[in-house]
Design a protein around this ligand. Structure first.
Ligand SMILES: Cc1cc2nc3c(=O)[nH]c(=O)nc-3n(C[C@H](O)[C@H](O)[C@H](O)COP(=O)(O)OP(=O)(O)OC[C@H]3O[C@@H](n4cnc5c(N)ncnc54)[C@H](O)[C@@H]3O)c2cc1C
Length: 441
């Protein structure tokens, strides 16, 4: 009998298992994968992502083999912004979500999943969790309506049954746990992006480059093994055409979004691996918990990769869920009450607003004139640029940066510095667009 069984041993699962094991609980974590291994995902971490790793004492291990930087470059239709996330906003984020701001760092890093997930699995083992790789969960065991364990198959093909006080589904967007429980998906957003990426050596851009033009995006991010993760994405309705000639269209996409980077990749880039791709990233939410089970990470909330926050959100869920479950397993709180705390953070208005922000961006509409004006205005205002970057990454609330009064102030300041020329044509429309469904939980 375990205290907790975790299904899935990557960003959400290995982290949850590690944190619970560190609190002294008896944890089994299983994954059908073996480690090290990759998963269909690019792997950019914003500063709250690296801060989680730092809080858990793992960042130094990651940075021992992974390049990192403190500034990123965002370019929208040729309007370049460069900035970082302010420490005070990072502190506020951790205070609000977790009640303390230990471990905050202003680092961006892009860690191959074969590096990161292995490191997390090792950390779970070090913490005392039992990890079984190559283990496929095939059935949930229930008593009445309560989940009490799992049945599965080991790497050697042996059928095994294990029981626990709680089963944690950290098994990704196609979660077996969620499907077995017939959990509904809700607030589904079908409009999403397609994405193709590979790994190039032969050049060094020093920091992460995230560019957009029209309905296409492009990112180049330095990663492990002296390579650059190089990505092109666009609206999913274009995916069928794109995939007819991935190699050619990838280069065409780079050239369109950033002619300079397109040329750099064409003339100096040496592709080290095949192209990876995904055509469907339609977003959804699932219920968070029920009798004997909890979901964390993509199993509970999957959304488009266009803001690259899934891994960081998996870390957030791991820490929130582990804190709540520890309060219950240690006898300090009844289970229902403990999980209400997890729910209050995951179903907050600001979480709903960010989900909406990502899903809106994932439609990849061309940026409107007033949206472009916003980037023009930000170019002269480093403080607000940094606040925009923090908002885009879900460190500062969408509702604060995009409230009409803030856009109005930015507009006024820009008018002053542009000698009275209007800068925004329609700031109220910009504000409304980013806040639509803001109150829908
Ligand atoms: C194209 C793309 C690009 C992305 N880029 C980024 C990015 O740059 N930055 C970022 O932060 N996020 C990114 N994401 C999102 C990120 O990959 C996910 O949010 C993250 O992997 C979620 O972690 P997880 O642990 O919840 O699930 P997963 O990483 O999916 O892990 C789930 C695990 O569960 C295991 N499992 C499933 N079923 C079973 C079973 N029956 N028995 C045993 N084991 C099982 C699987 O083997 C798997 O190892 C991207 C996603 C995509 C699709």
């Amino acid at each position: 009998m375990f205290d907790a069984i975790v299904v899935g041993a990557r960003c959400a699962g290995a982290s949850t298992a590690m944190l619970l094991a560190r609190k002294g609980h008896r944890v089994l974590v299983v994954d059908r994968s073996t480690f090290p291994s990759d998963v269909i995902s690019t792997h950019f971490l914003w500063p709250h992502g690296t801060s989680y790793l730092n809080r858990w004492g793992l960042l130094d291990r990651v940075l021992a083999s992974t390049p990192s930087h403190t500034v990123i470059n965002l370019v929208n239709d040729g309007i370049a912004l460069s900035g970082t996330v302010p420490v005070d906003l990072l502190r506020q984020y951790f205070q609000q979500v977790h009640g303390d701001d230990a471990g905050v760092v202003q680092r961006y890093a892009s860690v191959r999943r074969r590096v990161l997930d292995k490191l997390l699995v090792d950390a779970a083992v070090e913490a005392g969790a039992e990890v079984r790789e190559g283990f496929v969960v095939e059935e949930l065991i229930s008593e009445g309506n309560r989940v009490v364990g799992i049945r599965g198959r080991t790497r050697e093909g042996t059928r095994v049954e294990e029981r626990a006080r709680i089963v944690i589904g950290a098994d990704g967007r196609n979660s077996f746990v969620a499907r077995s429980l017939k959990l509904p998906k809700f607030d589904e957003r079908l409009k999403c992006t397609f994405a193709y990426w590979s790994y190039f050596s032969g050049f060094n851009l020093e920091t992460a480059q995230l560019h957009r033009r029209g309905r296409l995006g492009m990112a180049v991010v330095p990663t492990n093994f002296g390579q650059n993760m190089t990505l092109v994405w666009g609206p999913s309705e274009w995916s069928e055409t794109f995939r007819r000639d991935v190699v050619g269209n990838f280069q065409r996409g780079l050239d369109f979004v950033s002619p300079e980077i397109g040329e750099l990749v064409r003339t100096r880039g040496e592709r080290q691996e095949r192209f990876y791709g995904t055509l469907d990233q339609a977003a959804f939410l699932r219920p968070l918990y029920g009798p004997g089970w909890v979901l964390v990470g993509d199993a509970e909330c999957f959304k488009d990769q266009c803001t690259a926050t899934g891994m960081t959100h998996a870390f957030r869920d791991a820490e929130l869920a582990a804190t709540s479950l520890d309060a219950w397993l240690s006898g300090r709180q009844p289970l229902e009450e403990a999980l209400k705390h997890y729910e209050s953070r995951r179903r907050s208005q600001s979480a709903a607003a960010y989900y909406d922000y990502v899903c809106t961006l994932a439609e990849m509409r061309p940026l409107r004139h007033d949206e472009l004006q916003l980037f023009v205005v930000l170019r002269g205002n480093q403080e607000e640029t940094n606040r925009f970057i923090a908002t885009h990454a879900d460190i500062a609330p969408v509702s604060e940066f995009f409230q009409a009064s803030n856009l109005f102030l930015l507009n006024d300041a820009a008018k002053e510095s542009s000698r009275g020329h209007a800068v925004f044509e329609n700031f109220e429309a910009t504000s409304r667009m980013y806040q639509q469904n803001f109150f829908a939980a």
